[in-house]
Design a protein around this ligand. Structure first.
Ligand code: RP5
Length: 169
């Protein structure tokens, strides 16, 4: 793979099967942006570019990535096939499909046979948001400043609940 795959020395790669997945996967990137985590985003298709997918997955660790977030829809082989070719953690995001509303994506990503895990999120935008947050949590295991930011984020969620309750009375 060329040297510029990870020009920013980003710890996270956000990959997706099609440009049409971006509306969903942008939510993962928004979270990474919010926490200041550098990432690389790329369209890599398991079906249309299988060689590129293999090359990317096999070289991912050497290229400096620590976590891969992979989103796909329909017969969503991308997360599992990437996980099969790297020992980096892979977070799979089932993209909401046109035909089956993402149930097909969910089942094809989550039902990995024992041995090759894919940490699968919910279908769609929430799943992509949580994929970003999960990557942040993983990186925060060895980064106290990031862990503190994550705690602030959680505190903010708690405050929003308190504020919405105050509005009810
Ligand atoms: C999958 O097929 C992609 O992940 C996408 O969700 C789905 C449809 O792709 P397009 O036909 O929109 O390119 O490979």
């Amino acid at each position: 793979m060329t040297q510029d795959v990870n020009p920013a020395s980003a710890p996270v790669a956000v990959i997706m099967g099609s440009a049409s997945d971006w509306a969903t996967m942008s939510h993962a990137c928004e979270m990474l942006d919010q926490f200041g985590v550098p990432y690389v985003k790329r369209v890599i298709s398991a079906h249309r570019t299988p060689e590129l997918m293999g090359e990317f997955a096999r070289d991912a660790r050497a290229n400096g990535f620590r976590i891969i977030i992979a989103g796909a829809g329909g017969a969503a082989h991308l997360p599992g096939m990437v996980a099969a070719q790297t020992t980096l953690p892979v977070i799979g995001v089932p993209v909401k499909s046109r035909a089956l509303s993402g149930l097909d994506s969910l089942l094809s990503i989550v039902q990995m046979p024992g041995g090759i895990p894919v940490a699968t999120t919910a279908i769609g935008d929430s799943g992509a948001t949580n994929a970003g947050l999960l990557a942040v949590s993983m990186l925060a295991m060895t980064d106290d400043a990031l862990a503190a930011k994550l705690q602030d984020y959680r505190d903010g969620l708690k405050e929003k609940v308190a504020a919405s309750n105050a509005e009810l009375v």
